[in-house]
Design a binder for this molecule. Structure first.
Ligand code: NAX
Length: 327
């Protein structure tokens, strides 16, 4: 049987962690034949460490045949040791009265430290997914703090936005979500992201032609997808957790095992594609194979799309400028 791989998860005692770890341990992320060792990180706080112990007891009680080990850590240098995959879920949430700049600074501190730790001890091929918000900027910070690792190994989660868009389009066209192809979400994981169905098909038919309603696109579809996170908080009293964990599984599974030619959306550092400045961690359409992703190039960007891309890019560059002095 295969050698176990090491999977580090931060914020492991949080609500996304609770929806994520059991699925990784059951083989849904890396395959039903791939044993995993979970290296879990939480803050040193006693309550968080106790909660983590409880989660580990439950992992043990699932008796997952693929779970080859579980470790609890409070130091990223230990949690990231030799890790092949790192899911950075834990982040500093915005507290009452906290300004955006304070939030960026608090997260810059976390992701600088975690990027340095990855740089020092992780596998040289580690695949990093940042879920904790602001996800794109946190991924950028970690990437900049890990100069000895390939920049392309640092990614941010746009997959929840992608999946939300797919679900809305399936409902609108009366087709199955699994039949939707060539959808993408450009930009920042924030309400400014641009979900783009101009190239998308369902059962091979153009979704743009089926919908044929630019007013619905601009006034209903984009706001619904962009504000879906807020709608879930309003309904549930808690932010999306199971769907976020599911998107993280989708992102890592496709990156590791391949998308079979299908497009998926990943937040990845630009190499200048579509005029996005190099290094900006931006949502792009990608295909994946052999453990690598490739940005889909050559798509036509019309005036409406360019305007939306400019808005989300400007927001991201503002965030990036806001942390530059901390890196
Ligand atoms: P929770 O507050 O339930 O859990 C977060 C956990 O992270 C806590 O247990 C906390 O102790 C831990 N933590 C904080 N700082 C840490 C550090 N430096 N090292 C290790 N652990 C640390 O939040 P949850 O609902 O699980 O959400 C986690 C993050 O995901 C948040 O930042 C949230 O904004 C973000 N999200 C990102 C999404 C995306 O699509 N990219 C969607 C869902 C989610 O909102």
């Amino acid at each position: 049987s295969k050698t176990p791989v090491r999977v580090a998860v931060t914020g492991a005692a949080g609500q996304i962690g609770y929806a994520l770890l059991f699925r990784i341990a059951s083989g849904e992320m890396l395959g039903k034949d791939q044993p995993v060792i979970l290296q879990l990180l939480e803050i040193p706080d006693e309550k968080a460490q106790n909660a983590l112990k409880g989660v580990i007891m439950e992992l043990e009680d699932c008796a997952f045949p693929l779970l080859a080990g579980v470790e609890a850590h409070s130091d990223p240098l230990q949690a990231f040791k030799d890790t092949d995959y790192a899911l950075l879920v834990g982040a500093r949430p915005r507290g009452p009265g906290m300004e955006r700049a304070d939030l960026l600074a608090a997260n810059a501190q976390i992701f600088t430290a975690q990027g340095k730790a990855l740089n020092a001890v992780a596998s040289r091929n580690v695949k990093v997914l940042v879920v904790g918000n602001p996800a794109n900027t946190n991924a950028y910070i970690a990437m900049k703090s890990a100069p000895d690792l390939p920049a392309k190994n640092f990614t941010a989660m746009l997959r929840l936005d992608h999946n939300r868009a797919a679900s809305q389009l399936a409902a609108k066209t009366g087709t199955k979500v699994g039949d939707i192809k060539k959808l993408t979400v450009w930009g920042n994981h924030s309400p400014t992201m641009y979900a783009d169905y101009r190239f998308a098909t369902t059962n091979g038919q153009s979704i743009k032609d089926l919908v044929n309603d630019q007013v619905w696109n601009a006034d209903t579809f984009l706001p619904t997808v962009g504000k879906r996170g807020a709608a879930i908080i309003a309904a549930r009293g808690l932010s999306s957790a199971a769907s976020a964990a599911n998107a993280a599984i989708d992102h890592m599974r496709d990156w590791a095992l391949g998308s079979n030619g299908e497009w998926v959306t990943m937040g990845v550092p630009s190499n200048g594609e579509y005029g996005i400045p190099a290094g900006v961690v931006f949502g792009f359409p990608v295909t994946t194979a052999g453990g690598e992703y490739k940005i889909v190039e050559g798509l036509e960007i019309d005036a409406f799309s360019q305007e939306r891309i400019n808005i989300t890019l400007a927001e991201l560059q503002g965030e990036q400028d806001g942390v530059k002095h901390l890196l």
